[in-house]
Ligand binder design. Sequence first.
Ligand code: KIV
Length: 309
Amino acid sequence: MKKVTIRTLQGMYSSGEKVVMVTAYDATMARIMEDAGVDAILVGDSVGMVVQGHDSTIPVTLDHIVYHSAAVRRGAKRAHVVADMPFMSYQAGIDDAVRNAGRLVAEGGAEAVKLEGGADFADVVRRVVRAGIPVMGHIGLTPQSIHKLGGYGVQGRGVEAARALIEDARALEEAGCYCIVLECVPEELAKEVTGILSIPTIGIGAGAGCSGQVLVCYDLLGFNPDFAPRFLKRYADGYGTMKAAAEQYVLEVRSNAFPAREHSFKEKVPGRLHEVPGGRAIRVLDGKGGGGSLSKEPDQVYGSGKVAK
Ligand code: KIV
């Protein structure tokens, strides 16, 4: 198991190997994605939409990302973990940005941070990088600016918009970004930007010409049947599979088919437990007419990690 670092990613880029990134927000999903072979895990502020149920990423706080990043870090040992800088954690001032990026690394266990914005944020990027924290840029559709953009549409269409995007990409590279996410831009433009830069681009809705791809884990697993943007390919019917499993569980509990004997614990000492006033149980050994040992609860199982004897 070789740890993926920013040098690994740069090496992959140099040798033309695609970088695979997904989002995750908890240890279990991080483990699944890492075991599937992804190179990088983004603790995205998309958590606000797919986990918290908001209709934008704006309500996500730094504390939220610290919490989710630490969980992902515990679940992923090999993958490169990047934490998103949420809305207003870096826009209001450079000192704030450095301090907040520092929390994502120190408390959240992230190895890099991602922030949205182009040339306007070059100074922020420069200072965070100078503090020893790698920064992933993010241009094109930048969801934290939803109110300014007026919707989640494709960005960079037309000559002026394309030129501005190229300038943003150049400014971020020059400021020290080690990688740039291109979200929802025409594939020709994404390819052109990728060709101009000497750092990897990671696309989402940006075509096949990027150095790598990123998707939101719940989207690629098909958890939300109502979310079907053009750029998304669902690799599983997560919603259907999980709903069917939960329906079966409901059915089996109601029909007494679950738990079966193999899911139930046995007494270690043969005998019967008698409830006595006061709430304690006393074991009555078969054939001895009572007076057995006092019983505690049978061995307990906490979560799925510990197995009872
Ligand atoms: O928050 C997120 O999940 C992201 C990706 C879509 C790139 O920023």
